[in-house]
Design a protein around this ligand. Structure first.
Ligand SMILES: *Cc1c(COP(=O)(O)O)cnc(C)c1O
Length: 352
């Protein structure tokens, strides 16, 4: 705390990201990064961009990337917004679409950046409890609100909400924006992008950090009715005209074009997830059904916080959240088969 801080800053409660350790030999299964590298075509596109043109500002609208996303989903580019990571895109959506008199709704167990943005932008919110199986219940979102946001699959549970349930939420809330944060949708879910034409109140957010293995590049996007996109553009152009640099635009566009690398690596992660869940169940763990690149597990006999600490001593980092209802769970990112085996080996030494 400093006497120079504004009262506003004194009261901010920032998000705490997962640890990015300096030691490279650690098996890092704590922040849902992709264990496989980005598309070689994306890397080549960035290499090609690395030259004298960097003295020039990038395209403020990132048209090349918007077109690549539009091509991928067979939609019009005026339905696409791009930003510096989906966290930034989410922030613009909170500021531009959720600042209303009525409270924003999101699940009690969800991405912990949502309440942080509410604090940043002075948005009131109400949390809606997941059911006893940690699932979102669509009917619970039929109550007065100034907007609705949830990840699908949800984080950190990994549980997927089917599109029919999302449609029920959209239909029950024609006067609110429903933001579906699809950070993990490519690991087994069905995207809601196809609903955008029918529901002008739907905004879908995605990131290249997870399924396209470009967390270090910071690229996210939103897809929705042009009126929603226009709101995001207005906020963006009042904040930073050039959120995406030349490398990011080129690399992200090439990543969307490389469907082969994308589907191969996503399938490898999905395959490893199913194997890891089976192996953990043999050790007595229970796992929530996951459609993401992580699993949410608990062991009836082992304390989660203690287990996370013991794993860390053995060089394996997983994520533990000290939150009500989930303090006995660990969120484990799916790694390569070798990394997953290292986790299992560390757990095997744990018994007794
Ligand atoms: C990782 C994640 C994001 C943020 O992605 P970035 O594009 O890296 O900012 C957004 N929402 C959820 C639910 C996430 O897990």
């Amino acid at each position: 705390m400093s006497r120079f801080w504004s009262p506003f800053v004194k009261n901010l409660v920032p998000y705490v990201p997962g640890e990015q350790p300096k030691l490279s030999r650690l098996v890092k299964l704590n922040t849902n990064e992709n264990p496989y590298g980005p598309s070689p075509l994306a890397l080549a596109a960035m290499q090609a961009e690395l030259g004298d043109s960097l003295r020039l500002y990038p395209d403020p609208n990132g048209e090349h990337l918007k077109q690549a996303v539009a091509d991928y989903y067979s939609i019009q580019p005026d339905r696409v917004f791009v930003g510096n990571g989906s966290d930034e895109v989410l922030a613009h959506a909170f500021q531009g679409l959720f600042q209303h008199d009525k409270p924003l709704l999101f699940p009690d167990i969800t991405y912990s950046f949502y309440p942080v943005y509410c604090g940043l932008y002075g948005i009131s919110f109400e949390t809606v409890a997941l059911d006893e199986n940690f699932q979102i219940r669509a009917e619970d979102y039929a109550r007065p609100n100034g907007g609705i946001v949830f990840p699908n699959p949800n984080a950190p549970t990994g549980c997927l909400l089917p599109l029919v349930a999302i449609e029920r939420i959209l239909q029950a809330n024609p006067d609110s924006v429903v933001l579906v944060d699809e950070a993990y949708i490519d690991f087994g879910g069905e995207t809601a992008v196809g609903l955008v034409d029918r529901y002008p109140n739907l905004l879908v957010c995605q990131t290249l950090s997870k399924s396209r293995s470009l967390a270090g590049l910071r690229v996210g996007l939103a897809i929705g009715h042009p009126e929603l996109i226009e709101a995001l553009e207005r906020v963006k152009n009042s904040f930073n005209s050039y959120p995406l640099d030349r490398l990011a635009i080129a690399g992200a566009a090439a990543a969307f074009a490389d469907r082969e690398h994308f589907s191969r690596t996503c399938n490898a992660v999905i395959d490893s997830r199913e194997r890891l869940v089976a192996a953990l169940q043999v050790l007595g763990f229970e796992a929530l059904p996951s459609a993401a690149n992580f699993i949410f597990v608990r062991h009836p006999a082992w304390d989660a916080a203690q287990l996370a600490a013991t794993l860390r001593e053995q060089g394996v980092i997983v994520r533990h959240f000290k939150h009500p209802r989930i303090e006995q769970f660990l969120r484990i990112t799916i790694g390569t088969p070798e990394q997953n085996q290292a986790l299992l080996d560390a757990l095997a030494g744990q018994q007794g």
